[in-house]
Design a protein around this ligand. Sequence first.
Ligand code: IPM
Ligand code: MG
Length: 357
Amino acid sequence: MNKKIAVIKGDGIGPEIVTEAMKVLDRIGEKFGHNFEYTEVLMGGCAIDATGSPLPQETIDTCLASDSVLLGAVGGPKWDNLAGNQRPEKGLLGIRSALKLFANIRPAKLFQPLASACPLKEEITANGLDLVIVRELIGGAYFGERSTTTDENGVEKAVDTMPYSDFEIERIMKVAFDMARKRRGKVNSVDKANVLDTSRLWRKIAHRYAELNPDIQFEDTLVDNCAMQLVRNPAQFDVIVTENLFGDILSDEASMITGSLGMIPSASLGETSLGLYEPIHGSAPDIAGQNKANPIATILSVAMMLRYSFDMPTEADAIENAVNSVLEDGYRTGDIMSDGMKFVTCSEMGNLITERV
Ligand code: IPM
Ligand code: MG
């Protein structure tokens, strides 16, 4: 098959990790007879430097004309003092919204060869840790109206709003339930319905969806309780579905408890097969350009691309198995290094995984 991929390397370690992921993809193409055609586009800090905008129109157009988008990471201290709507992050939010990617899929799974890096006690992880967060991605506080004003007495005031409409909740429920059906059949819908109106609507729509889909075991969980349960007993969760801001926070927590933030990929999906795939970690400017970054989350993001956008499950398995085999043989980048393991650079890790595909 021939597939067009828009590539956004981004800032910081973005270019290094994406380069490794492209190596792995090329190897998949060779082995399984596919042709992946890349078009590099700018977004984030590098786009601000080159064009003045974190998300040039050309980038949106190229992404829309592609079969999928591969993204490294954006942002860095150089652009931290820009106004909110000119920051690199604005590019990321803009592309999610322009491509109508309302569902963000973030798996958090304990990799057996890295189990010792998990910060939870063994008695807690004994029952396993394998969950997926389905985060609503283009609604809520991230996209609600906001303002900052100063009144006549000099009092500064800022307001963010968190709007949600029924159809936005319903379509993300569908993604979560479909996902649960392919996994262990359980959905926890996370909200703050004891306080927020948006959460009360969320819960109403979630219940309606659950009644129509009785094959899925459904539970409401308040977001504070969910944060606590994730460290107390993560094995109880299969699919967690939640709104944008809660999902942002809980997905960092969920990935951290696996002990391997640098290992977690993500997919952002909409109504069509066009998706955006990126590691969940950031641009790590402190180690950028040093060939030290861990490319595995980006490489696993490519596996998700093959699985969700290109319907190539065998090819996706080949990448995931290659990653596992390299880890089992003790190869580690700095972030996951431990005693007795073999230290490798970013490009060496990419080469090892490529060879084993
Ligand atoms: C994420 C990130 C982004 C978000 C930032 C960089 C805007 O934290 O993808 O989780 O908040 O969505
Ligand atoms: Mg985040």
